[in-house]
Design a protein around this ligand. Structure first.
Ligand code: IMP
Length: 179
């Protein structure tokens, strides 16, 4: 069923069930890769909150959880190069394995910036796990991006943490803009 958020119309793209099934597969990969590594899962707010919660429920290796907050969209539907560093990661990541958990990789600008910033703090490794990737939108490829739940077309989406004008984050599935 199509939905309206503010002035835009959206149609279903990925169902809640498909998301949960895919999260189980990704968690299984991470449980194997990070056995005995005590990783720190670092969520990139705000968009990651649902994905982070559901993913972590399926992780069965000892791990820590932390957050940082960046934003690059500023409420609209097109990416901006300007990144605001809203709050910094407060844990010491030196000599630790880091799994960055992102909602969506669009141009790759935000991720490129964050990976460079965290690399300076000398973690043992950084791997990125993203719910969504728009392969046709990538301008800044990030080699640390190793787990992607869904590749999607280069279109604006909302739901499951992602917003349009701060609305729609609470939807349990992903919806794409009807153009
Ligand atoms: P990038 O820096 O261009 O890769 O953009 C990444 C950020 O832009 C994400 O963390 C989201 O906050 C936002 N973003 C990118 N595409 C979308 C979208 O389709 N819907 C909602 N937010 C998006």
């Amino acid at each position: 069923m199509n939905i309206k958020i503010a002035d835009l119309e959206f149609e279903p793209l990925i169902s809640a069930e498909e998301i949960q099934n895919r999260i189980k597969e990704i968690a299984a990969e991470l449980n194997t890769d990070y056995k005995d590594k005590a990783p720190i899962f670092v969520g990139v707010l705000n968009g990651c909150f649902m994905f982070m919660a559901d993913l972590l429920k399926q992780i069965n290796v000892p791990c820590e959880v932390a957050f940082t907050k960046l934003s690059s969209y500023h409420g609209g539907i097109s990416s901006s190069r300007r990144i605001s560093d809203d709050f910094d990661l407060l844990v010491d990541i030196t000599n630790r394995h880091i799994v960055l958990v992102e909602d969506i990789v669009d141009t790759g600008n935000t991720l490129d910036y964050l990976v460079a910033k965290l690399t300076h703090r000398k973690p043992t490794s950084i791997t990125v796990c993203a719910l969504l990737l728009k392969p046709d939108a990538i301008i800044y490829p990030v080699e640390e991006l190793r787990h992607v739940a869904f590749n999607i077309p280069n279109e604006f989406v909302v739901g499951y943490g992602l917003d349009y004008m701060e609305l729609g984050r609470n939807l349990d599935g992903i919806y794409k803009r009807v153009v």
